[in-house]
Design a protein around this ligand. Structure first.
Ligand SMILES: Nc1ncnc2c1ncn2[C@@H]1O[C@H](COP(=O)(O)OP(=O)(O)O)[C@@H](O)[C@H]1O
Ligand SMILES: O=C(O)C1=C[C@@H](OP(=O)(O)O)[C@@H](O)[C@H](O)C1
Ligand SMILES: [Mg+2]
Length: 171
């Protein structure tokens, strides 16, 4: 892999801070940043509407195409993925091929507090706490493939970005 175009790819459960930390990393490295959910929303419509119209499988098809296109960009960049992008093996392989993959984690109670008043995540609507616990259980090993695991439970987003930058230097 050409290290000059290697991406930093953030994966992790909803609310672990992928979108937030990706902004800080891009600022600090002075490189481009893409958030697959934001790219999807700019081109296809809101995530909620896409789930409603095409179902989760239809959304995942769009997500995989967008992720492929972002990973193929011939320049260094930070890529924040959606929490479910890791569910497809094709996506996991493409992330590992093109990037340094960082899995952000956090405990369920912190995640619930971070996402409970946000209505943009269709999988969490209704009983947010119960949905977080159920989906976390389903995905308990989904993020294990990453190069680095980083627990953000008691870190600020800035501290999380600093740990990632340090790990990159030590690579
Ligand atoms: N380390 C953190 N500590 C406290 N709050 C955080 C942290 N990381 C993110 N947040 C907050 O949690 C919410 C979800 O963060 P976001 O970056 O959208 O997560 P993700 O993209 O992983 O779903 C946002 O309101 C954000 O400000
Ligand atoms: O985990 C998931 O299945 C999802 C995570 C969301 O992104 P964030 O992880 O950035 O919240 C978004 O892609 C969609 O609501 C589905
Ligand atoms: Mg996000």
């Amino acid at each position: 892999m050409d290290l000059r175009t290697r991406k930093i790819v953030l994966v992790g459960f909803m609310g672990t801070g992928k979108s937030t930390v990706s902004r800080l990393l891009a600022e600090q490295l002075g490189c481009s940043r893409y958030d697959s959910d934001e790219v999807i929303e700019q081109t296809e419509g809101t995530i909620s509407k896409l789930f409603e119209t095409y179902g989760e499988a239809g959304f995942r098809d769009i997500e995989s195409k967008v992720l492929d296109s972002l990973l193929e960009v011939d320049a260094r960049s930070i890529i924040a993925t959606g929490g479910g992008a890791v569910l497809r093996e094709h996506n996991r392989e493409a992330m590992l091929k093109h990037g340094f993959v960082v899995a952000l984690t956090a405990d369920a109670e912190h995640i619930i507090n971070r996402v409970k008043s946000d209505t943009t995540r269709p999988l969490l609507q209704g009983d947010v706490a119960a949905n977080v616990h159920r989906i976390m259980e389903q995905r308990k090993h989904a993020y294990d493939f990453a190069h680095l695991q980083l627990d953000t439970t008691s870190l600020t987003p800035q501290e999380a970005a600093e740990v990632i930058l340090q790990a990159l230097q030590e690579e």
